[in-house]
Design a binder for this molecule. Structure first.
Ligand SMILES: Cc1cc2nc3c(=O)[nH]c(=O)nc-3n(C[C@H](O)[C@H](O)[C@H](O)COP(=O)(O)OP(=O)(O)OC[C@H]3O[C@@H](n4cnc5c(N)ncnc54)[C@H](O)[C@@H]3O)c2cc1C
Length: 468
């Protein structure tokens, strides 16, 4: 093996988690007077680097004083029926501010604001990188590229972990552009290569029938093929998170734009291919219900739904901020005309809209609060933001569910060390980001990038401290 192929740390994955691990490892080693040799592996080309992180807007579930939303931990406990690792969540809470500081110190500009339609009841303000997730990838990769001893190996896929005779992870076997296998030796490896959202075979294995119908929400998400989960499980790692659940979102089926999500559905109705409502569009603000709507469209509505609105919908101040499609809505002067364009039964859609309009209760429509203006007598009801659809031209967006990430992954301790079912850390092996399982039943939005960067940072620093 050539000297070039021996490292202090090999990181599998070039997203928020992997890059945070590499940057923090280098900094911790530097502080101890050492120059760490680090390889970050990326399956994609340089232009296509960054996995899911590259395409996310990267909303961060934080408060104005740069803390994790205080409702997050109770929400995780409740949503998971106590199954989520609350110690991990507490460390995320404790470390959030340090992670934001770390990102800013390493070339990632953050902005802080209140998204006008997001949930205020949680107390969570919102922040995000000024350039979105690509700002994290380019910022941190830029630091890695300038760090002596560190390099990013593009078009280099991790295939399996290398083990010493006594079970310590001592490197990664990779396949490069030439198709040949080689070993990158290192006393520490951080697995940070995402979930299995890009792997139809694994999706079918864990989600079941019709998983193949789920498009990925953005192109490079397809590179996340569950390799890290497989590699770690092969050597005895435990798992965590719900393997038959995923985070999906309702996207405009006509659009090929990444992340073409239609979040405006609370301000209209959503119907299925039979032109019937099937979901309480006003149950809560979009950031609390978009996953449930996406899942329902996939699981029970044959991957087809239609958001129906009118000119009142389009007249809501800033509503364009929650319609991320690059396609104009389908428009018609009548509901029957709209149905015809959508391929729906005109009489059925007219009946649904008439019943909905007749059920709208008293009160003043206010999109900025949970206004309680409901269509309560319907089944399902619409609990907030119910105004009659009577302002033509009527509009529609045809929807399908696109997969963002999977919930099931490998289990780590609170320092990012991958553990066996007995809780014993596997020497030399770390995991961070989406490859690690956490969520059950529901993903509290705005926490995935935060936990990826946080536990990547902690894992990289821990591995450097162990080397010292
Ligand atoms: C469109 C979209 C919107 C989102 N919105 C938000 C949001 O607003 N807020 C939020 O918190 N989260 C959001 N998410 C989720 C969030 O972006 C991800 O959960 C997070 O970025 C995951 O980071 P990661 O580093 O774990 O994985 P990734 O960023 O996916 O990185 C994984 C890396 O591993 C590489 N890789 C995979 N397998 C191998 C292999 N065998 N060998 C070498 N390399 C490999 C991939 O190419 C990639 O570089 C969104 C995701 C998407 C796609």
């Amino acid at each position: 093996m050539s000297a070039k192929e021996t490292y202090d740390l090999v990181v599998i994955g070039c997203g928020a988690a992997g890059l945070s691990a590499a940057v923090s490892h280098a900094a911790t080693a530097r502080a101890a007077g050492r120059t760490a040799r680090i390889a970050v592996l990326e399956r994609a080309t340089r232009e296509g680097r960054g996995g899911a992180t590259r395409w996310t807007s990267s909303w961060l579930r934080i408060t104005g004083d740069r803390r994790l939303d205080p409702a997050f931990i109770p929400k995780m406990e409740k949503a998971s029926n106590g199954m989520a690792d609350l110690d991990y969540c507490r460390v995320l809470d404790r470390e959030t501010k340090a992670t934001l500081d770390f990102l800013e110190a390493n070339g990632v500009e953050l902005i802080f604001f209140q998204q006008p339609f997001a949930n205020r009841n949680t107390g969570g303000g919102l922040g995000m990188p000024a350039k979105g997730g690509v700002g994290i990838v380019d910022g941190l990769a830029g630091v890695v590229e300038k760090t002596p001893g560190a390099e990013i190996l593009y078009e280099t896929e991790a295939v399996r972990l290398s083990l010493s005779d006594d079970g310590r992870v001592n490197g990664v076997i990779v396949r490069g552009r030439d198709g040949l296998l080689r070993t990158l030796a290192a006393p520490a490896v951080v697995i940070a290569c995402g979930g299995f959202e890009g792997n139809k075979e694994m999706l079918t294995q864990y989600l079941g029938a019709r998983a193949c119908d789920l498009p990925v929400i953005a192109p490079t998400v397809k590179n996340n093929r569950g390799d890290g989960i497989r590699m770690a499980m092969e050597i005895g790692a435990d798992t965590a998170g719900q393997f038959d659940m995923f985070h999906g979102e309702p996207v405009d089926v006509r659009s090929s734009k990444p992340d073409a999500v239609i979040y405006a559905y609370p301000f209209g109705i959503v119907v299925n291919a039979a032109a019937r409502r099937f979901f309480d569009e006003g149950k809560d603000s979009f950031d609390s219900t978009f996953e449930e709507l996406g899942f329902e469209i996939w699981k029970n509505q044959d991957q087809k739904a239609f958001f129906i609105g009118d000119q009142t919908t389009l007249g809501i101040a800033n509503v364009e901020q929650i319609i991320l499609s690059d396609q104009s809505p389908v428009q018609a002067d009548t509901i029957a005309g709209l149905a015809t364009q959508l391929g729906l039964d005109p009489a059925a859609l007219e009946a649904t809209v008439s019943a909905y309009n007749a059920a709208v209760g008293p009160g003043e429509f206010n999109p900025k609060i949970h206004d309680g203006k409901a269509a309560a007598s319907l089944n399902p009801p619409k609990s907030n933001w119910a105004f009659p659809l009577t302002a033509p031209p009527y509009i529609a967006y045809p929807l399908t569910c696109a997969i963002t990430f999977t919930f099931g992954g490998i289990r780590t301790d609170t320092q990012g060390r991958v553990v066996t079912p007995s809780g014993t850390p596997i020497p030399g092996l770390y995991g961070a980001g989406e490859v690690t399982g956490l969520y059950y039943h529901e993903y509290p939005a705005g926490t995935s990038v935060l936990r990826s960067a946080t536990f990547g940072r902690l894992a990289g620093a821990h591995a450097a401290a162990m080397a010292g």
